[in-house]
Each structure stands twice: as structure tokens, then as C-alpha cells.
Design a protein around this ligand. Sequence first.
Ligand code: ATP
Length: 317
Amino acid sequence: MIKISGLTFDYPGHRALHQVSLQVETGSVTALVGSNGAGKTTLMRCIAGLETPLSGSISVAGMDVLEQPREVHRIMGYLSDFYGLYQALTVAQCFEYAAAAQGLPAAAIPQAIQTTAQQLGLTERLQQTCDKLSRGLRQRVAIGQAIIHGPKILLLDEPASGLDPEARASLAGLFRQLQAQGMTLLVSSHILAELDEYSTHMLALRDGKVLEYRALAHDSTELVRHKSLRITLAQANPGLRAQLAAEPSVQISASDERSADFIFSGDEHAQAALLARLIAGGLTVASYADQKENLQQSYLRSVASYENNGQTARSAS
Ligand code: ATP
């Protein structure tokens, strides 16, 4: 849905993006993560065609964002990190304005307002003016303005900032719903736990470069190759570590006499066979389960690997 090739973007005196290349799959929800100044907002603005890169290209659904910006905007919604709402307008008027600005035919606007309000749980609020709304509701109105024209792609820059946990949870529910409708989402946030709930992919940026872009959890080939497992015993056994260490497919990350975390390499049959051997070896296995790496762990692992590689490169030079 989004194809970025060799994207480099400079602010005066500062390179914000260096040779960024990636492809975002249709129907995916990509968590755009990275420290302050990593280039997340700049990347989103480039994808939205709001900035002109120094070099490289971006296409959305096969259209070049700089050559066909209007066509791209017709299928794209964008919520910037700092957005404004017209305080004196009612929610319905905000939606009407956004729909007209997106070029929806006048006859289609009332229905679009109703559908969007329903989707965002704002039907009861349509006649309220924005200055009377809570922060969470204002955020919903802003998202409503971004999706009023039924885009295929939605770019959301820090959509949950400043929201309380309840409002964030309901936003996560909304994103899952939009994805279920086939929308492709790119969402940036510093709150990784929240992105973890609904993201299918992680794009980690650092100093304007792609640290890592990959599918989360559902990458079955990766799970087959390296699976993080935890075993816990009903009864302490000092031989637990030795038994695991004797298995060539096991790499122990942490262990004591009651439990162990390890990386297992192999398919499900090999995993079942390992369990059988451990039980036959006298371990009272109470649980033997996948430890899904969460987004925070995944991001920190990318950062650590980037820093280790940087140090290796620095010490080699
Ligand atoms: P944050 O998480 O803080 O929002 P970000 O990952 O979105 O950060 P960007 O806002 O894209 O990062 O900024 C990338 C880099 O470009 C930063 O070093 C920032 O200081 C710089 N930058 C951003 N806007 C400008 C500008 N208008 N002029 C010069 N430099 C800028």
C-alpha cells in the first residue's frame, strides 16, 4: 500500500531522514516508534505529501505522492501531532467541513457524518460545540475528520498523547475496528504498550534511519526459527538447567530451580518432543508456554543491536 524507496529528507542544516526504504502491506497496522527526533513526524509528513524530500520516492496504492497528491489525499487520512479544531463549530459542522474539504459530493455528506459519528461513538455529541468536549472526545472528532471520506490509509501522529487510560483503550478498540474494515494504519506513539495491542508491524526509526521494520508475533517463519519459551516446574529441581543445556535446540536466557526462559529453535513437533524428553527426565512440568515478545522488548532489542553494531563499527575504524 505504501512503497518508500531511498527517501532522504533535509531540514536546513539537518538530515532528518537518510535513505529510508520500506513497503507497508495493505491492511497492516504499523507502529512507528523511535526516540524524540528520530524522524517519525517527518516520515509521516513525507508520506502525506506535505514535505518534498531531497531524494527518493513514495508511492501510495501505486500513485506517486508528489506527482498525484490530490488522488493520494482522496484515499488517505492524516492526523498530525498538533491539530486544531474549530472551537465554535459543532461536531457535525466539523465533520461537514472536513467532508466538503475532502471533496465529498454534497448529497453524500449527511450519511458520511452519521457513519463517522457512529464509528467514533459521537452520535450523541453531534450538536455539541468542540469547546465543550473533553480531550478524549476532541481527539475522536479529529480522527473523525481524518476518516470522514473513507480513506484506505490512515496516518496518525501521536493520536493518544494526553489521553487517560480509558480513552486510550477505546482508541485502541477503534483502530482494531478500522483495521478489520481493511484500512491500513500507520500510528506513532511513545506509549509502546498501547501500540502493542493492535499493531501488526513495527517500524523503528533512529537518527532518521530504519532500525528495523518487521511483522510482530504473527511472523510464523520467525517463530519457527526462534521461539521464546518459558518452562515452570511444580517442584524445584536443581537439574533443570543441565537438562535444558543438554538440548542443542535450546539457548537458556535465565533459569533457577523452578523455572527457565529459553530460546527454542525448531518447529512445533520438535517443541512437543522436547517437552516429552523433559518430563521423561523427571521434571514436574507445570507450564511450558510461548513468551511473546512485546513491542517494547522488540524495540529495545533493535536499539541494543543498533548500538552494539555502532560500537563494533566504531571500534573497527
Ligand atoms: P518526536 O517524537 O519528538 O515528535 P520525531 O521522531 O517525530 O520526534 P521529527 O519531528 O520528524 O522527529 O524530527 C526529526 C529531526 O528533524 C529532529 O532532530 C528535529 O529536531 C528536526 N526537525 C524537525 N522539524 C524541523 C524543522 N522545521 N527545522 C529543522 N529541523 C527540524
